[in-house]
Design a protein around this ligand. Structure first.
Ligand code: NCD
Length: 334
């Protein structure tokens, strides 16, 4: 990731290990600023005037609802133009064009490539390619297989910081991640970010065979982030400030045997589990949900997943503003 924008220091967004606390704090402030501006007609117009000369390519060859729509909306909020390929069968890849040639072609027409793929590592490959050509454009990873989903982790940080605002933010909190932690890219990306916060305690609750991978635990150890694994939610529920629930990522198959639905059911949350939670603990989920998240808790005040969705759009506005060096202008407007 050699290419950097001159002022903000942000060009490609590939992996959350690239983020430091000062940039995370700035992104959260920018997201809140954009959201506040958008409330008035005049503010919304100013936002649209920030990047009307910029074009985004949304290249999503893996299913997506929220990430696609929120990026698309974020671009439009900034006045940008968008193009998209969501179905590789209608692109020249069907004629045998290589991945590299396709990406290079997108960079001929767009100022940023936002991409999601079912395979891991593709966004990183696209960024490397950009760094080797005369007119590189930034690449944003919108989900790379079971590997990384950095912009989801950024919106998760923003949601945690906002929801825990009155209690000192993320610093000093106990956060559990529950579900298919082995193949869940959101948990992998979010775990990397925890080194930026003081005295965070992580709890990983996963069914046998779907535990978080060793590379993440090694990263946490290397940065002194306290973590513990638990096999039951009940063992940790009472001490939590936040619980991050994930669904079974069956689409990645791999060689592991899938747990029986009945077995995964003990990694679910509904009214009964919620009763054991502290009154201020928040519940997050990247969505889409499976049976692990009961709709009957949707209106509980501790539930944050609908806010996560909306926060995602504002965080993506903030990210694009920083990448295009528009952050100072965004901060100053209004
Ligand atoms: C997540 C993803 O795609 O990894 N969804 C999302 O982007 N909000 C989580 C998931 O699919 O389980």
């Amino acid at each position: 990731m050699a290419a950097m924008s001159a002022r903000s220091g942000l060009f490609h967004v590939i992996d959350t290990r690239q983020f430091e606390r000062s940039m995370l704090d700035r992104l959260c402030r920018l997201a809140t600023r954009a959201r506040a501006l958008a409330r008035s007609r005049d503010g919304a117009r100013r936002l649209r005037e920030l990047a009307p000369d910029r074009r985004a390519m949304l290249y999503f060859t893996q299913p997506s609802t929220r990430t696609f729509l929120s990026f698309n909306s974020a671009c439009h909020i900034l006045g940008m133009h968008t193009s998209e390929i969501r179905n590789p069968s209608i692109s020249s890849e069907m004629k045998g064009e290589t991945f590299e040639d396709s990406i290079r072609t997108f960079s001929s027409y767009a100022d940023v490539i936002i991409m999601r793929t079912p395979e891991g590592g593709k966004a990183a490959r696209a960024a490397e390619l950009m760094d080797s050509i005369p007119r590189p454009v930034p690449v944003i990873n919108a989900g790379s297989g079971p590997d990384q989903h950095p912009t989801q982790a950024l919106l998760d940080i923003y949601t945690l910081e906002r929801s825990l605002e009155g209690r000192g933010g993320i610093d000093g909190k106990t956060i559990a991640m529950m579900g298919d932690l082995r193949r869940g890219r959101t948990v992998r990306s979010l775990s990397y970010l925890m080194k930026n916060y003081r005295d965070v305690r992580l709890r990983f609750v996963a069914p046998p065979g779907l535990e978080i991978k060793q590379d993440i635990l090694d990263h946490l150890d290397a940065h002194g982030v306290a973590h513990q694994s638990a096999s039951r939610l009940d063992d940790v529920a009472g001490e939590l400030d936040a619980l991050y629930v994930t669904r079974l990522q069956s689409e990645y198959g791999e060689e592991e045997p899938e747990p029986e639905p009945a077995e995964y059911a003990s990694y679910a949350i509904g009214p009964e589990q919620l009763r054991k939670f502290p009154s201020q603990a928040i519940i997050m989920h990247p969505l889409p949900r499976g049976p692990e998240l009961s709709p009957s808790i949707d209106n509980d005040p501790r539930v944050m997943y609908w806010r996560q969705e909306r926060n995602g759009m504002w965080m993506r506005v903030a990210l694009l503003a920083l990448i295009f060096d528009l952050a100072d202008e965004l901060e100053a407007s209004g």
